[in-house]
Design a protein around this ligand. Structure first.
Ligand code: 9MJ
Length: 397
C-alpha cells in the first residue's frame, strides 16, 4: 500500500465502486473524483484524540477499525479492487496502533497489527508457506529510521559508532510471490495470501518472461521471493486494449499486476505484460551468502532479475541519502515504487533479531510522501445514490 496515494478518491463511500489512485474507468468516467469528505469515506470519525478515549470507547473503536481494515484488505488483496486509498489505510493502521499502545490490555486477538494481507481466495489451491511471508514495518520520516537503527543497536548491544551496514532498495508496489525451485526447476509459485497460506499460481507464473523455468547452479532447494509488477507503459497499453475490447480496466499498475497473476486461466496471464524483481528468499538447502548484499548478488548470478538501485549503506546518513536518491528517480523509473526498504546486511544478525508477529525486526519500509500533480476542474456533477444521498463528483480535465 502506498501512503503517497492521493486522498481524493473515486467511489461513493460505503456501497460505492472500488476506488483507487487511478480511476477504475469501467465504473466511472475517467477524470471523475468523488468529493466526499475523507472521514465519512472511511466510515468513522478519527478526530477524537487517542489520549481522550475512555476504555469503553477504545474497545468500540478497535472493533470498528478491525472491521474496516478487514474489509479493505479483502477488497485490496482478494478482489484486486481497493476500497479506500493507501493513505487512508495507513491512517487506520496508525490509529489502531496508537490505541493499542495506550490500552495494550484491550488489543484484540484478531488485531489488524498482527495480520498480513488476506486469506487466499477460493478459486485457487492453497499453498502453506514453509517459512511465513511477512510484511514490513512502515516508517514515515528520518526520525523513524534513526529509531530503527537505535533499536537494532540496543538489541545487539552495539554502540552508536560501531559499524552496522544496511542495504537500501526501492519498495516495488506490486504483488509478492514465492517461487520454489527444486534441483533448479521451478515447481511452485504462490502468492503471499495471509502470510501463512497463499494461492497456488504456478501455471500463471510460468507465463511470466522474467521468471526463469530453470536456474543453473542453484541450491537443491531454493525459494525465491519477490514482487510481480507492471510497468507504467504496459499498464497504459493494457488498459487501452481492455477499453477497446469493452472489458474491465484496472485502477493502477498494482491492481493490473495482481488481477493478471490471479487469473484462473493461465492463457489470460500469458497475454499480460508482467515483470518480476527478486528481493528475498524462503526455505533454502544451502545459504546464499553471509549478507543480504551477497545473497541478492547470488540470486542475480543465477539469472533472477534484481533491482539495480539496491545499495549497501555503511550508516544511517547513507541510508537517508539513498532514500533521497531513489525518491528523485521515482517519477522516471517507469514502474511504481512506494518507498525504500532497508535491511540489516549481516544475515547472522538478522537471525538474532528475528521477527515480531507479522514483520521482521531487521527490515523497515521507509514510505514516500504524497506525489502531487495538477489538473483542471471542468465541472461538478451531483450523483444521486441508491438511498437518495447526493455526492458531488469532480469532472477533471
Ligand atoms: C518490495 N516490496 O519491494 C521486501 N520489497 O523483504 C523489498 N519487499 C521484503 N523487500 C522482506 N524490496 C519482506 C518483504
Amino acid at each position: 500500500r502506498n501512503p503517497g496515494a492521493s486522498s481524493a478518491r473515486a467511489g461513493q463511500g460505503s456501497g460505492g465502486g472500488p476506488p483507487g489512485r487511478h480511476m477504475p474507468s469501467g465504473r466511472r468516467a475517467a477524470g471523475a473524483i468523488a468529493l466526499t469528505p475523507r472521514n465519512s469515506e472511511i466510515g468513522m470519525d478519527l478526530q477524537c484524540a487517542v489520549a481522550d478515549l475512555t476504555p469503553q470507547q477504545a474497545v468500540e473503536e478497535l472493533a470498528r477499525l478491525a472491521a474496516a481494515m478487514e474489509a479493505a484488505d479483502r477488497a485490496y488483496h482478494q478482489d484486486d479492487a481497493p476500497a479506500i486509498s493507501d493513505a487512508d489505510y495507513d491512517a487506520l493502521k496508525a490509529r489502531n496502533a496508537a490505541i493499542e499502545a495506550r490500552f495494550p490490555e484491550l488489543k484484540r486477538p484478531d488485531s489488524p497489527s498482527d495480520k498480513v494481507g488476506a486469506a487466499p481466495s477460493d478459486g485457487f489451491a492453497k499453498v502453506r508457506h514453509a517459512i511465513p511471508m511477512l510484511s514490513l514495518e512502515n516508517a514515515f520520516d528520518a526520525a523513524d529510521v534513526a529509531d530503527f537503527d537505535t533499536r537494532i543497536r540496543r538489541f545487539l548491544n552495539l554502540g552508536p559508532d560501531e559499524p552496522l551496514a544496511f542495504t537500501a532498495e526501492p519498495k516495488i508496489d506490486g504483488l509478492s510471490l514465492s517461487l520454489r525451485y527444486e534441483r533448479g526447476a521451478l515447481v511452485q509459485a504462490a502468492t503471499r495470501g495471509d502470510g501463512e497460506t497463499g494461492e497456488n499460481v504456478t501455471a500463471n507464473a510460468r507465463t511470466v518472461a522474467d521468471i526463469p523455468e530453470r536456474l543453473d547452479g542453484a541450491p537443491e532447494l531454493l525459494e525465491v521471493r519477490g514482487e510481480v509488477y507492471m510497468s507504467h507503459a504496459d499498464f497504459a497499453g493494457l488498459n487501452a486494449r481492455q477499453t477497446a475490447a469493452g472489458a474491465r480496466t484496472f485502477a493502477n499498475p498494482r491492481n493490473a499486476a495482481a488481477g493478471s497473476l490471479r487469473q484462473l486461466d493461465p492463457a489470460i496471464t500469458a497475454a499480460r505484460p508482467l515483470r518480476f524483481f527478486a528481493y528475498a528468499w524462503g526455505a533454502l538447502s544451502a545459504p546464499l551468502g553471509a549478507t543480504q548484499w551477497e545473497a541478492i548478488r547470488h540470486l542475480a548470478a543465477l539469472g533472477l532479475p534484481t533491482n539495480p538501485l539496491m545499495r549497501r549503506c555503511e550508516h544511517l546518513a547513507e541510508m537517508l541519502d539513498q532514500y533521497r536518491a531513489i525518491e528523485a528517480q521515482r517519477a522516471t523509473l517507469g514502474y511504481d515504487i512506494d518507498g525504500v526498504v532497508y535491511k540489516l546486511d549481516r544475515l547472522d544478525l538478522q537471525a538474532r533479531l528475528g521477527f515480531r508477529s507479522a514483520t521482521p525486526r531487521w527490515a523497515l519500509a521507509h514510505k514516500f510522501s504524497a506525489q502531487r500533480a495538477s489538473t483542471r476542474l471542468i465541472d461538478i456533477d451531483i450523483q444521486v445514490g441508491r438511498t437518495g444521498a447526493l455526492s458531488p463528483v469532480a469532472r477533471l480535465l
